[in-house]
Design a protein around this ligand. Structure first.
Ligand SMILES: Cc1cc2nc3c(=O)[nH]c(=O)nc-3n(C[C@H](O)[C@H](O)[C@H](O)COP(=O)(O)OP(=O)(O)OC[C@H]3O[C@@H](n4cnc5c(N)ncnc54)[C@H](O)[C@@H]3O)c2cc1C
Length: 490
């Protein structure tokens, strides 16, 4: 053996990272299941199940290819690497650049040699070059550049179909009398059952833990969901928890799938005429736009970015985030229940229900970040930090988003069927039945008038605030709502 190849649990692809040029004759492969990874936070058991079972399956597939694989359980990763060097001699250890600051630092200090992280479509240096030439880091500008650079849905430098986005065609509310496709189930095998038993849960079948399962999910998305992805990407309904979303984030994040494979499959379906442009563009935007942008921003903005709290939000995490029975707000109840049941809800519940509530109530962004990190199956540090600090909580003073993503109950009412059976009325601002989102939305604008006064994109919102005749009563109701939310009584 000439080298030790260390494979973090989010580098599980045979053709990328440090395995790209690996051979069974020269390379010893090491995966470490550290106790710290399992016990340092209150991780959702489904998230742990997914990460551990995927890694154990990956180790098995490398063994069947002829590799010597050490899958080690130790208190920490570094102790695992030390034990391998004790067993095999002090061979040099190689790893693709890790995907978080913390892991980067600790492996570097230990002397691990890095090869380029090619698990994204945009090298970190290339993103930094782009960002350093921008006045404001608008995702839309980055995305258009990506389309041209990667030659995706463009005719030279012009967008196919004459527009860069199709937001008007997309963003529809949930359809009525609609038949949603069946959920794809992923049957458990022995490894899954062992991991689930170790974690004290029954093995979930929502999530695949193998490359074959991840490819099956991709295939199912492309054939059953992709054509209608665009129109309903922002909708929420009690009738179906996945709608037409791909459920691919866990696999792209732990690299059972490489983003280029997802893009290739999407473009193939589009070129075969099986998917309308607006759905194709809407989906491609998420992968080559948002996903790459968020990763680029994580590295560009640096390690301290996670501590931003420019709105000075200091409220403790509300009890309803960790226990769906602590609220009667239907939208929040449904969203938190989704997280409890499967460690996943789609983008709009994350942004317009959960983060919106945390932002409007002034929950401390770092407390909210911790909860989100622990609770979601796809929550890698690089993706959660910018999405929560920048997009969800506007805690960075607008570095990522030009205005905060806030709304009252009317947005949720328009985009879901949550409000009809709810005891709170999205149209009411005051009174016991007023929707907390509606009350808190105006209260937020009132509290932050000074901060956002110069933001011309919020002019309309402040114009609305000025016209409120019941602001004094609304402030009283807002205080009451906040107290009750803290007690888990609303
Ligand atoms: C507050 C907040 C927290 C989030 N936390 C995470 C997270 O921890 N991990 C994560 O992967 N995504 C996160 N997202 C982004 C997005 O919500 C999820 O990627 C998406 O819901 C995953 O479901 P899906 O695979 O069905 O996505 P689809 O709707 O099918 O979208 C396709 C893919 O696009 C990518 N994507 C879309 N939006 C984003 C985005 N904003 N950032 C990065 N990738 C994106 C994902 O890889 C996703 O799989 C977060 C968004 C918000 C607002």
């Amino acid at each position: 053996m000439k080298r030790i190849l260390y494979i973090p649990f989010d580098h599980l692809h045979r053709n990328f990272g440090v395995l790209r040029d690996a051979t069974p004759a020269d390379d010893l492969v090491v995966l470490v299941e550290s106790a710290r990874m399992q016990t340092d936070r209150a991780w959702h058991p489904i998230r742990l199940f997914f990460l551990i079972s995927s890694a154990r399956h990956f180790a098995t597939s490398l063994r069947s290819e002829g590799f010597t694989v050490e899958y080690i359980k130790t208190p920490t990763t570094i102790e695992g690497l030390i034990s391998v060097q004790e067993k095999y001699g002090a061979l040099p250890i190689f790893c693709a650049e890790p995907s978080s600051f913390l892991q980067y630092q600790s492996l570097k200090e230990f002397g691990v040699e890095f090869v380029d992280n090619d698990f994204f479509l945009t090298p970190r240096t290339m993103f930094a070059q782009w960002a350093s030439t921008q006045k404001s880091y608008l995702m839309e500008n980055f995305y258009r550049g990506q389309r041209i650079r990667l030659g995706i849905l463009v005719d030279g430098r012009e967008p196919l179909g004459g527009a860069w986005n199709f937001d008007k065609e997309n963003r529809l509310p949930p359809p009525k009398n609609y038949t949603w496709p069946e959920y794809l189930e992923h049957p458990s095998d022995e490894i899954d059952l062992d991991v689930a038993a170790e974690l004290g849960i029954s093995a979930p079948t929502t999530w695949a833990t193998t490359r074959e399962g991840a490819l099956a999910q991709l295939k199912y998305f492309i054939s059953e969901h992709f054509p209608s992805f665009g129109p309903y990407e922002d909708a929420m309904t009690t009738e179906n928890w996945a709608l037409h979303h791909s459920l691919l984030s866990p696999y792209i994040n732990n690299n059972l799938l490489h983003p280029s494979e997802v893009i290739d499959a999407a473009l193939k379906a589009f070129e075969a005429g099986r998917v309308p442009l607006e759905s194709c563009e809407g989906f491609i935007r998420q992968i080559i736009g948002w996903r790459e942008y968020v990763n680029g921003m994580y590295w560009f903005l640096g390690e301290e970015y996670r501590n931003e709290n420019q709105l000075g939000a200091s409220r403790k995490l509300l009890p309803l985030f960790t226990d769906s029975s602590k609220t009667e707000m239907k939208c929040v109840q449904e969203s938190v229940r989704g997280v409890e049941d499967r460690a996943w809800v789609h983008h709009i519940p994350r942004l317009m229900v959960l983060s919106n509530l945390a932002l409007l109530t002034g929950v401390n962004p770092q407390e909210f970040l911790d909860w989100m990190r622990e609770s979601f199956i796809d929550a890698s540090d690089w993706v959660m930090v910018p999405n929560v600090i920048g997009m969800g909580m506007h805690a960075d003073g607008g570095l990522m988003m030009t205005k905060p993503y806030i709304s009252g109950g009317s947005y949720i009412s328009k985009m879901s069927n949550y409000c009809k059976p709810c005891k709170y009325d999205p149209k009411d601002r005051t009174g016991d039945n007023a929707c907390p989102f509606t009350t808190l939305y105006w209260d937020f604008l009132d509290r932050h008038q000074e901060t956002f006064a110069a933001n011309h994109r919020m002019k309309q919102q402040f114009f609305g605030l000025k016209r409120l005749s019941d602001l004094p009563e609304l402030k009283v109701r807002a205080n009451d709502v906040l107290k009750k939310l803290e007690l888990g009584e609303i």
